[in-house]
Design a protein around this ligand. Sequence first.
Ligand code: KG4
Ligand code: ZN
Length: 339
Amino acid sequence: MKTVKILGIETSCDETAIAVVENGQKILFNLVYSQIDLHKEYFGVVPEIASRAHLEKINFLLKEGFDQSNLSYQDMDAVAVSNRPGLVGSLMTGVGTAKVISSVFQKPLIGINHVLAHLYSNFLVSQNIPFPFIGLVVSGGHTLLLKVEAWDKVTIKGTTIDDAVGEAFDKVAKMLNLTYPGGPIIDNLAQQGNEDAISFPKITMYNKKRNNYNFSYSGLKTSVLYFLKKQKKMKIEDICASFQKSAIDVLYEKAIRLAKSEKINRIVIAGGVAANSYLRRLFLENLENQVFLPPKELCTDNAAMVAGLGYHFFKEKKFDKLDLNVYSKNDIPIGQGVI
Ligand code: KG4
Ligand code: ZN
């Protein structure tokens, strides 16, 4: 059978990424240019800086990928690109580039939902994860609980009502005078800390009255801020470990509760925060072979996940036209699909 090679392009936030994946699994190249150094001093992503950096880098990355792999645009069967959700100016660079490649080389164009692509990063390494599954996407921009019955039958069950979980890690790191992004640093420091040292209120916990799967991290963030104002002598490692436990436990509890109520026992996790050691331990120790986590290098934004999910739509012949647009949000109300 002929192999199918898909070029993936990802520019939804602050990583410019390109990849070629064969048959939805074999990564032929996977290049990521991270803009972290450009955004560090602002402790968060500055949209205009991000858009400009994508514009500067993307052609060089494409040249590098094709040169080092000895592949050519003609070898591609389609071009898949993240077109939603994300920073509009950033997405435009990727989508504009994909359209040019698609029209010059006469290759089908496939617009990809970045959140679903994160979940696909698990399928790059695990054969045949069966549908349906509960999807938990945890990143700098998203905290989403999803019921995934097929790639085009996805229902949002819970979302963040304020800060995303990764954003909470980044903001707490800033309060602690650490650098950006905060997640990996807090994770590292927490490994030498006592997670029970401080009991931050579980404000993000399941709200019995409203019985929902939404998340809120602003209360936890504020309680860390007040704690720091009062307590000057506490070990930073203990603060990190205690904050991390509060932030992650709620993800675990809500994911399990949704899995039980939907009678679906598989949980597929993805996004930058899926690299967190405490999260990985918590899910893996309790759920063993019912939980799927990507390798750490595929948790954060990359284009292999975009090309991989593109292969699925290629097989279904679900292509987009050259008027493909970009969208900042998943504008789907809770309880409804498809995202
Ligand atoms: O998926 P991603 O690269 O970008 C978005 O789509 O947002 O996720 C980036 C986020 C950042 O907020 C970063 O602090 C967080 O993922 N992150 C982590 C860890 N590694 C990255 N959070 C907690 N623990 C980690 N080890
Ligand atoms: Zn992402």
